[in-house]
Design a protein around this ligand. Structure first.
Ligand SMILES: [Zn+2]
Length: 166
């Protein structure tokens, strides 16, 4: 089994101590992911390293998950593999977030402690489309010829599907 993970963490204190966490979290803990997920029973593997970069407390590492998103057009499955590196900097306000170097996404910390799962969830939310849709959804092709959602740089969902069917 996985080592015990704290439910709530203090990112600033962990950054001072250069702590690292590795583990697995159920997707069911990711409340804000539920809308885009068709299969809600998967897991997310993650590795988070807390540290300092100049004046910023930063979180780096990896999140990995094999998700099945729900196409918002035909309601069918979209296999979606996430293998993303984490690069977050802790900020106290939106103003501070706007000053961050491009290499970091802001992690807004409004109170001392946040759920560890929130960090993993934030990262997953960055890695999936806000409105998942098949690249060539049969419903949308039949309905109209709107431009396809931007998906460049992401794994082709059909390639992943082909792999799963083997
Ligand atoms: Zn579809």
């Amino acid at each position: 089994m996985v080592e015990h993970l704290p439910e709530y963490i203090d990112p600033l204190a962990l950054a001072d101590k250069h702590r690292q966490f590795k583990g697995v979290l159920p997707l069911s803990k990711m409340a804000r992911m539920q809308d885009v997920l068709l299969h809600k029973d998967g897991e997310v593997t993650f590795e988070l390293k807390f540290g300092k970069d100049g004046k910023y407390a930063v979180v780096t590492g990896m999140v990995e998950a094999d998700l099945v998103l729900q196409c918002q057009c035909c309601m069918g499955p979209i296999p979606w593999s996430v293998r993303d590196s984490v690069s977050l900097a802790v900020v106290a306000s939106i103003d501070e977030a706007n000053l961050l170097p491009d290499s970091y996404e802001p992690l807004l910390l409004e109170q001392g402690k946040i759920p560890l799962s929130d960090i993993v969830q934030e990262e997953l939310l960055l890695a999936v489309p806000t409105i998942p849709q098949h690249e060539q959804c049969e419903v949308s092709v039949a309905k109209d010829n709107k431009p396809k959602p931007e998906v460049s740089g992401r794994p082709n969902p059909f390639a992943v599907l082909a792999k799963l069917k083997k």
